[in-house]
Design a protein around this ligand. Sequence first.
Ligand code: GRF
Length: 225
Amino acid sequence: MRIGLLASGRGSNADAILSAIAEGRLDAQAAVLICDRAAEAVSVAQRHGVPARLMLRRDYPDRVAQQTAMRDALLAADVDLVALAGFAAILEPVMVDAFEGRILNIHPSLLPSFAGSVAPGPQAAALRAGVKLAGCTVHVVTAEVDAGPIVGQAAVPVLLDDTVESLAARILAEEHRLYPQVLQWFVEGRVTISHGIARVRPRDEPANLRPERRPPGDRRWFPRS
Ligand code: GRF
């Protein structure tokens, strides 16, 4: 499976995914990392020997044109799956439609709680709400922000003396563990989505849609209802 990464910031999730590939815990290839800001994520890709593309907003007339170019770059790199790894922009239909059901995002809260803002907004909102458990979610991206099928979650305790920074760091450690794991479930063809609900098939349960039954050229790895 060829993964395309989109990032806007420090790139620690991209680093976790690329390290998992390098260490053989994620059986995939990183085809390209596209960054929409001059950010650390570019050097993360370079350090891992992954082609990095900088596609800045100011180089395009508008966001749709920028994301159209990103879509074309992902298609040219022949990616099967797109992983948003700290990508700060909302995806335009031009992107969501091109990779329908094949774009994943990681969000630093237990969705559907604290959806709709970027880090550290969700972590701060968790502290303000006084929740006792916080965490992160990997979900499939749909047109509605942070509302697509939830594939995996990890929870952490919220401690009495937590600050936004300490809570964000505890959640981030789980993000780095969860994201490569969820991607590997996709590689293994164990994720199915039906009526907006994702299900991860246990390893020993036979798939209901065997790869050889798929129409030629159909590169989806899970059936959609
Ligand atoms: C993470 O908290 C992630 O959950 C959110 O953006 C942040 C990205 O961090 N979507 P990094 O760039 O991967 O370090």
